[in-house]
Write a protein that binds this ligand. Sequence first.
Ligand SMILES: [Fe+2]
Length: 296
Amino acid sequence: MNLEGTIAHGAAQDLLNVVPTSAVLGAEIRGIDLKSLDNAQFEAFRRAWHQHEVLLVRGQTLSDQDLVAFSRRFGDLDWAPVQETGRRFVEGLPEIYIVSNVKVNGEPIGSLGSGEAVWHTDMSYLDVPPMASMLYALEIPPAGGNTSFCSMYAVYDALPAELRQRIATLKIKHDGTYNSGGYLRQGVTATNDPRTSPGAVHPLVCTHPDTGRQMLYLGRRRNAYLLGLELSESEALLNELWQYAERPEFSWEHVWQVGDLVMWDNRCTMHRRDPFDDTARRIMHRTQIKGSARPV
Ligand SMILES: [Fe+2]
């Protein structure tokens, strides 16, 4: 743990009830209403978020406007990506992205359906990806649809020194062809060649701009490509790195309840979602806070 984290923990604990999970990342903040955090509590919340990477707050009653207002306290928001239906966003609320399998008149109201969403970082196919995502649970299925988060600090720390040395200066292309549910993004031509697929190039090892900690930046597996390597070398090295990233000891699994707000650091974590029964309803609303700079 770095110094900032140590100090932040003490200060955050004085102002907020921070209950860490038993995993390497994640904490629940108890006893607060996100609609009425004062400035000191808000700063403590931000510090706890830097330290724990993912925060959970249960029992919230947030309108879309409340969700946008709380998200904006962290910075400017990204507009939601185009939904799989081609619709851009909720009428009048360009910041809200709907993650849902629910259909109205045969048309999905949101994205990602009910299947598995594979490990990924949100929108890392952009030059400046969002720094944070917030997901608020409005309806959840009786079983399934859990979301897991993994710490890319912990994954990096676990790499053998030899491997860390081998990847220290590599750059990785983060694919922009498919979303985490495997759906083709709007306006993109399908391709399965990682060398030519559209996307953004980032360093494979990045330094977190707020905590100063180093992390592995994988984004997602499909169509990822390590620049300057033969495709077969790139595939082999990525597979080796993903074996670390997918180890259960680096992740925390969240079982949703209605009224849960989860905020994750989109720079140092990845997340995935379990499938669930498509006849059940799951509705989540998401916002994203703009990143301040390209990953370095
Ligand atoms: Fe996501």
